[in-house]
Structure formats: C-alpha cells, structure tokens
Design a binder for this molecule. Structure first.
Ligand code: AMP
Ligand code: MG
Length: 536
C-alpha cells in the first residue's frame, strides 16, 4: 500500500453537494431513531471500524471518478470507503424516504444503513454520488444495526458491476471493504443467529432517490417538501424536460415509466429476479437498485423467486416483475397527484405502460431469437410455444439461448435426435425428457428454423446478433456464494476473478467455461445459492 496522499487524485475530487445544499435538512444532528419531518435528509457520520481491508474495487467506476490504480490501492482509499476518514467538504447524510413493502404502506423507512458521503463532479461534468452501505446507524435504522455482512456485500458489489457490463441500467459499486468487525445475523429468521464478517460497499449513482422518497411527503400531506423534491429532481436529473410545471411533471412521470419499463425488459432478457420490488427499491432514474435477495433464473420458471421472505405469495417472482413495476408506478402517481390535481392524464400514462412494456418486450424477445423484427402474426405463436417448451423440463435459460444461437437452421432434414442434440446441455436432467417432450421441442425448433429462413439471415450473422444480447456469463447464484465462502476465509481472489469475468459477459472466454456451466446439484437447496432472505 502506498500512502503519499499528495499525489492522489482522491484528495482533489471536486464535490458539489447539491442535495444537502438545496433541499431542507433535519435540524437534529444526533443519530437516534426517530420520525424525521419536513426534511429530505439528516446529517450523520459513518461509524469508525476496527481494521478495514480492501477486497476489491471496480476500475471502471474508479476511472469515471478520476481515480487511478494508485488511488484505489492507497491506505487513504480504504479508510475513506470504510467510513473511517472523511475528506474535506464531504457532507455525509442519510435520506428520508418511505415505501410500500409487499403491497402495504410501511411509513418512514429511509437510509437505515446507507450514508451518502458527497456528490462528485467528474471531468466530463457528470454527477456521481458516493454512498457507503453498511457504515453504521442513522435516524432511519429503526430496529436494525446499520451494518452489512460480507456475503450480501459481495453479492451487491459483483452484481452491480455485472449488470452494468450486461448493458442494464444500475447503480454502480466502487469498492468492497471488510471492516474487521463481526455482525450478528439470523439469516433465516429462525432463531439461529451467527457472527458474520462485516463489510461496506461504496455505491455510486447520479441519484439514489426512490419512488418512496416522494411517497413519504405525500403520505404526510407535506406538499411543500414534495414539490421541492420533485422540482429538484427535474432540474438535477431531468433538465431536458424544462422548468417544472404541471405539464413537465406529467412528462417526467411518463419518462419514469419508460425508464422503468426498459429496466424490467432488460431483467427479463437476462433472467434477473430482483426479489424485493418494494417502492423504496425503485429508483427514480430507472436503475436497478438495492441488491438484496436477488437471483438469476437457472431453470426457466416464471414463478421462481429467490427470496424466502416472499415464498408464500411470490409477489416478486420472475414473471410478475412487470406488473409489480406498474403497481409501484401507480403508487408514485398517487404521490404526485397533489402536485398535478388531474387524475386522467396520470391514469393515461399508467395505462399506457402495459403497451409500452409489451412492445419493448416483444422487440427484446425477437432479438434474443436473432430475428430482424417482431411480426405479431407469426411471432406471438412462436413466443407462446417457446414459453411452454422451456417449461417442459428444467431448462437452463442462459445456456438454452446460447445453444440455440449455435444451431444450424439450414438443415431441415435432421432427425429429431440430431436437431435437439446441441440443446441437451441446457437440460438439468436430459433423461427426464419424455418422447412427447422431445417431439414438442423439435416442433418448436422446426418452427423457429422456418421463421429464421423467412428472414433470410445467414446463421453466422444470426449467431453474432444473438450472442450480443444473450449473455454466456451471469452471476449464477452458487458462484456468488463460492466467492463469499472464500472471501470469508480472507481470500479475495474469486471475487476479483469474477469481477474480471463479468466485464465481458457476452464473450466466449473459453478458459472460463466452468463458470458458464449449469448449477451443480449440491447448490440446488443450499442457503445462499437458491434460498435468500432479506437478512443482509
Ligand atoms: P431493504 O429491504 O434492504 O430495501 O431495506 C428496507 C429498509 O430497511 C430500508 O430503510 C433500509 O435502510 C433498512 N435496513 C435494512 N437493513 C438494515 C440494517 N442492517 N440496519 C438498518 N437499517 C436497515
Ligand atoms: Mg431498500
């Protein structure tokens, strides 16, 4: 580690803390839990930690902040991003927000373990907020400790960066440090608490505002603060819409709907299940935010959710994410109503979401299949059949699309066995496929071949197009767990290897093939691999 702070860019970052400067803050400065009224944030200080150690950092995020490798490897970096040292002009604060959790209004939530350090203006004049997750108590910590454990921090760190490289809107992660302290967690709320290593991720985004950030003021009838926050958001993050007015509020809400639809379509493309789509976990910028009990589809199953806390209702299951996003947008519309006072245009925008999403989804699905465009007359049937075929037996969605890309479509004379052979890798128990299943799969494959033939796209071109939207590498649930297991032993090599792998998720990377394999049987029921809870 080097520690010559004179030569570090870290000490000369340009901060412009607009959020705390322009919005009303909490006059109280103690960290005690309380209801915070008429304020968008409270001033807080990150807790000091005993022995912080850097596990990993993202070089792309560092570069976008103007930080060099020397910066990231400095002692100062570890001290700052563990919360031990504040740089001059940092204005640490926790935001106040509310939210609907599992369909019910939950009142004030807020940054219970997230602390925004500062807003960096980079060389390109872009705003990046630095936020520590797991850096100690705030007035919003309610009954919890404000801390985070290594397992959930590894998951958040790796998945943020994986999503970015998949081309999916997301908050980013600059760094992952361990604190040298232990945190007590009852992982499955079953009365068996354990000591786990504590960790802190520094998240980075242009804004961390959520739907719940607006809902809290509407719920309290605090229209004045609501208006200030909405106007602030439009001026800061949506300046292209013009100066705030009723029409601009509507345009803004419409843009939030479009961005949300885009984000969910991306999730459906890669098989990502967020796991807790409460309104406090919906970013106003349409970014994937708050990586908790998320998971990646292994076997294609629209009813699957990784979140054990949601096991009974499966509200946040894979196939329900678009409807839930719309439900959440409806809550946001309710919160904005006092500023607009016209239900009709808000209702029109919400209703339009269904068509908007469907159209985006259809385009995405056609791209996954390497088709030039979506042709409703033929492709609705193709899609419905595929949806059924993928559920005949446990079929790994990620592998299926990569193998489909490899298929030759100019060989209509193949026998069923020849036709299906390249796809066999995608099945968890190929021997479980019945004769009837195979016939249905082959019928679909022939239907697909004809459809590709209609387009006239040569196989090599189609393959290239498909492999650019169907990743080979995603952060499979068990792989993140393996990285955590090692990191808990003090070995950060797998975290860093995965970070590197997931920088190029669409590339073959043949030497990394083992990370593209199906989930091994041992991981099917192991905690952390297939079962996750909100305890993190
Ligand atoms: P989540 O389910 O992670 O989105 O969190 C919901 C709410 O609980 C947010 O207000 C979080 O800040 C808060 N929260 C979650 N975990 C903790 C924790 N360990 N300490 C304090 N607050 C927490
Ligand atoms: Mg949250």
């Amino acid at each position: 580690m080097t520690d010559n702070s004179n030569t570090l860019n870290l000490t000369s970052l340009e901060f412009d803390n607009r959020f705390v400067r322009e919005l009303p803050g909490d006059p109280e400065t103690n960290n005690g839990r309380r209801q915070v009224l008429s304020s968008c944030y409270s001033h807080v200080k990150p807790a000091s930690v005993k022995a912080p150690q850097l596990v990993a950092y993202s070089r792309e995020v560092a570069a976008s902040l103007g930080l060099s490798e020397q910066d990231c490897k400095s002692e100062l970096f570890t001290q700052v991003f563990s919360g031990n040292t504040l740089l001059e002009k940092m204005k640490p604060h926790a935001q106040c927000y509310g939210g609907h959790q599992f369909g019910n209004w939950a009142g004030q939530l807020g940054d219970g373990r997230a602390i925004n350090l500062a807003e960096v203006i980079n060389q390109q004049d872009h705003r990046h907020i630095l936020q520590l997750k797991g850096a100690g108590e705030t007035p919003y910590s309610r009954t919890a400790d404000g801390l985070a454990v290594l397992r959930s921090s590894v998951r958040e760190f790796l998945c943020s960066e994986a999503m970015f490289h998949l081309g999916i809107p997301t908050t980013r992660a600059l760094s992952l440090v361990t604190t040298g302290e232990h945190v007590v967690r009852d992982m499955f709320y079953d009365g068996r608490p354990k000591h786990e290593p504590g960790a802190i991720v520094c998240r980075v985004a242009p804004s961390f505002l959520r739907f719940g950030s607006y809902e809290i003021f509407a719920a309290r009838g605090d229209i004045n603060t609501l208006r200030q926050l909405v106007d602030y958001t439009i001026r800061t993050d949506f300046p292209h819409l013009g100066e705030p007015s009723v029409d601009v509020y509507l345009d803004w809400f419409n843009e939030v709907c479009v961005r949300t639809a885009d984000m969910i379509v991306h999730w459906m493309r890669v098989g990502f299940v967020h796991g807790v789509l409460n309104t406090d976990n919906m970013s106003i910028l349409g970014l994937t935010i708050d990586y908790g009990p998320y998971g990646w589809l292994e076997g294609y199953d629209p009813n699957w959710t990784p979140n054990t806390t949601d096991a009974s209702g499966r509200r946040y299951r894979f196939g329900n994410q678009s409807q839930i996003a719309q439900w959440n947008l409806f809550q946001l519309a309710n919160a904005l109503y006092p500023l607009i006072e016209q239900a009709e245009p808000l209702r029109d925008i919400i209703n339009n979401y269904t068509d908007l999403y469907t159209e985006k989804w259809q385009i995405m699905r056609s791209q996954k299949l390497g088709l030039k465009e979506f042709v409703a007359k033929v492709d609705n049937k193709l899609n419905t059949e595929l949806h059924e075929v993928l559920q005949l037996a446990e079929t790994d969605m990620t592998i299926f699309y990569r193998k489909l890309a490899d298929m030759n479509t100019d060989t209509l004379q193949q026998t069923d066995d020849e036709l299906i052979a390249p796809l066999m890798d995608a099945y968890y128990s190929p021997e479980a496929l019945t004769r009837d299943d195979k016939i249905r799969i082959c019928n679909w494959l022939r239907h697909y071949q004809q459809r590709v033939d209609q387009d006239g796209t040569p196989d090599n071109i189609r393959r290239q197009a498909m492999n650019a939207v169907n990743p080979k590498y995603v952060l499979r649930n068990y792989i993140a767990q393996l990285a955590t297991d090692k990191a808990e032993q003090g070995d950060s090599s797998l975290v860093n290897e995965l970070l590197e792998l997931l920088r190029r998720p669409y590339d073959e990377q043949v030497e990394m093939e083992h990370f593209a394999a199906k989930r091994p049987e041992w991981a099917r029921h192991r905690a952390g691999c297939s079962m996750l809870s909100c305890s993190s």
